[in-house]
Unconditional design. Structure first.
Length: 451
């Protein structure tokens, strides 16, 4: 990185950033309180509250959101007449999945091979630390030239909409000229990237019942309708032969016109096994950024170990549908529900339950904020030009903010590049990316204030 005072300050702050991220990662702040104690999320929220107060933020508050979780808010006043920038991150994390699959404990930050490992290091506790680094660097080099609002969400991974509903009920709280969402990531390490589109998401439980109770498969199998077999039929109907998502009435032919994703590189990033083909049609970018994608997240049925020779009376699955830009998530939810009902065989009883939904998002990349960010990233990443990419994941708050504040500019940056393996075992963050992006954000705030 080229030498400049902001970059030098951020570099000097990296040991402190590592220590703070270590403390934050230690909280098992999964916002699914059937799996993890509520106290872990509350402790993480309290830690962030204390951190904001220590940085001089005013009006720091724990917001009790309608989904039963807490978001943390604070405001750092800037010069009179300055613009306002809202910085976003979330402190809730995905469950660690199979802890035995982690090389080191998921809730202990561990340095290995030049990266910091632990759940939330990249997604998105590291994003909060990135914001702190940027603000500290500006304070040490002339001051923060804008008003800063900070919002750190407590249930983003669950998709339960708590912060979106709270923002709608308190529309003055998050007003800003520009929003920087610190929950995306570079296309790859060292390539500065802003995310210009996000797919939305809907999640649905489907339950199929066929019998009053399980039956002996020898005595009744062959005529008694098997609920698990019916569920498998329904789930199979959601994919074409090539693996493309096929929800009746939902189009899947959109094209991505921007930065392309090399297929062989995608295979490496996704760690696809040798000889196993990719699914879907079109370019990789078409498939992951511009088209719908269904995923079966879980099935309730007897495990193999301990299973008995029985015809199953009931079976249940959790389904995620990623909704591309240009498609209304509520309409996609209705189409998914209708599809599941229409494709349930044998007259089996089917019930569906929507448990989360978020709209897709498209940014205006022609705005002054994007020009300010491009200039900042060119300094933080010498010799590299800022790229525009899509992201297959969802950040439901983006559309809520765009709806509430239609004049606000929204940029998405962050630490979740492919090597970070967010949502998987052995999640990690590149400290070099954390450092460079903190520099980029600090310089962006300075550039934007002067634009």
């Amino acid at each position: 990185m080229s030498s400049n005072p902001v970059a030098e300050t951020v570099a000097s702050l990296m040991p402190r950033a590592k220590a703070e991220l270590t403390e934050l990662v230690a909280f098992k702040s999964v916002a699914d309180f059937d799996q993890f104690p509520r106290s872990e999320s509350e402790a993480a929220a309290n830690w962030i509250t204390a951190a904001l107060r220590a940085e001089g933020f005013e009006d720091v508050a724990l917001l009790e959101t309608p989904d039963g979780t807490q978001s943390v808010y604070g405001c750092l006043p800037g010069p009179e007449g300055a613009r306002t920038v809202l910085l976003y991150a979330h402190y809730d994390v995905q469950p660690p999945l199979d802890e035995a699959g982690w090389t080191t404990p998921p809730f202990e930050l561990t340095e290995r091979d030049g990266r910091w490992y632990g759940r939330g290091t990249a997604d998105c506790k590291g994003g909060f630390i990135m914001h702190l680094l940027a603000l500290r660097a500006l304070k040490a080099n002339g001051g923060v030239p804008v008003h800063v609002k900070m919002i750190v969400e407590g249930s983003e991974e669950q998709g339960t909409g708590g912060l979106e509903r709270y923002a709608e009920q308190h529309p003055d709280l998050l007003t800003a000229d520009t929003v920087v969402i610190g929950d995306a990531g570079n296309f790859r390490v060292g390539l500065p990237t802003v995310t210009s589109t996000l797919r939305g998401m809907t999640m649905m439980r489907v339950k199929i019942d066929t019998l009053e109770g399980n039956l002996h498969s020898g005595q009744f199998g062959g005529a008694a309708p098997d609920a698990l077999g019916a569920l498998i039929r329904v789930l199979d109907s959601l994919r074409a032969e090539d693996g493309s998502t096929t929800v009746d009435g939902l189009t899947g032919e959109a094209r991505w016109e921007g930065l392309q994703y090399d297929e062989e590189q995608f295979r490496q990033d996704a760690k696809v096994l040798d000889g196993v083909g990719l699914i879907g049609s079109g370019t990789v970018a078409d498939r992951i950024w511009a088209r719908p994608a269904v995923t079966v997240l879980g099935i309730d049925c007897p495990p193999v170990v301990g299973a008995t020779p029985s015809v199953q009376a009931s079976a249940r699955a959790l389904i995620s549908l990623r909704v591309p830009p240009g498609v209304d998530a509520a309409e996609a939810t209705k189409l998914l529900q209708a599809h599941l009902e229409a494709h349930t065989p044998w007259g089996a009883r089917v019930s569906t339950e929507q448990i989360g939904q978020g709209q897709p998002f498209s940014a205006d990349t022609t705005s002054p904020a994007y020009a300010a960010m491009a200039e900042a990233m060119a300094v933080a990443y010498p010799g590299q030009e800022m790229q525009y990419a899509g992201q297959g994941g969802s950040i439901p708050l983006c559309n809520t903010l765009a709806s509430l504040y239609p004049d606000a500019e929204i940029l998405l940056i962050g630490l979740s590049e492919p090597e970070a393996q967010i949502h998987a075992v052995n999640e990690s963050v590149s400290p070099e990316e954390l450092e460079r992006l903190a520099v980029a954000e600090a310089l962006f705030l300075r550039n934007y204030a002067a634009s």
